[in-house]
Design a protein. Structure first.
Length: 238
């Protein structure tokens, strides 16, 4: 019937009209296509990569070697641990799980423990990086270093982090060091590349003078450059 309108007095709208009312997405920058060895290639700058990596700043990878719980069971178990921030859990494959934390404290707490038991399954924790591959374990590990007989006026976070940065990326000062409860030794946890031989001492220049500071390592994990796994040296790889 000509001129018919549905109840409410409004004529039905075309699909095109409906789409026009939808909020448009922000423009997406499409990168030009180039070639590499005769095949299509897309190029990203270091700045581009840094932006893409930023959301994964506090990301770790969990590895299950002998079965794993369901994602729901993992989420329930993690919710009882007492992390301060929210976290996101996603499956990478049947043995690897990616977890992103909202706070550095939670990220360090999970990574520095190393070995967890979640829903009766053991898992090891590794640092995520842009170069992460499922077939290789990260060569980076949180390692505590001990600076024995370090002069007590160096027992402040800025000085300790500066000294520790000659070893690896400083992560945390232990509480006894921060409070000077044990002034005979300073302990700092660092992000260390365990595929390389760590230095046994660091030269500390203090004005016109200086001294060698010995560095001791606690539970330094071996790393195999053959199978790219933590836990055994290259000489012990089968």
């Amino acid at each position: 019937m000509a001129g018919f309108q549905p109840p409410g007095g409004r004529a039905s709208r075309s699909f095109t009209e409906v789409l026009q009312d939808q909020p448009s997405l922000s423009p997406c920058k499409i990168r030009p296509i180039s070639q590499f060895k005769g095949e299509p290639a897309i190029l990203f700058s270091k700045k581009d990569i840094a932006k893409m990596v930023a959301p994964f700043k506090f990301a770790i990878v969990e590895k299950f070697s002998h079965g794993r719980p369901s994602l729901d069971a993992m989420r329930k178990s993690f919710s009882t641990i007492g992390f301060q921030s929210s976290f996101n859990i996603g499956l990478l494959d049947q043995r690897h799980v990616l977890i992103r934390f909202g706070l550095e404290e939670d990220y360090l707490r999970c990574w520095m423990k190393g070995l967890w038991s979640i829903a009766d399954f053991s898992m090891r924790v590794f640092k995520w990086s842009p170069n992460f591959q499922l077939t290789s374990e990260s060569s980076h590990a949180p390692v505590w270093i001990a600076l024995e007989q370090l002069p007590v006026h160096f027992f402040n976070r800025a000085s300790l982090f500066s000294i520790a940065s000659a070893i690896g990326s400083p992560l945390k000062v232990n509480s006894a060091t921060a409070t000077l409860a044990r002034p005979n030794v300073a302990r700092v946890c660092v992000d260390l590349d365990v595929s390389k031989d760590p230095p046994g001492r660091v030269w500390i220049a203090a004005g016109s003078h200086g001294f060698w500071q010995k560095v001791a390592y606690k539970n330094l994990p071996p790393y195999c450059s053959v199978c790219h796994q933590q836990g055994h040296p290259s000489s012990g790889c089968r």
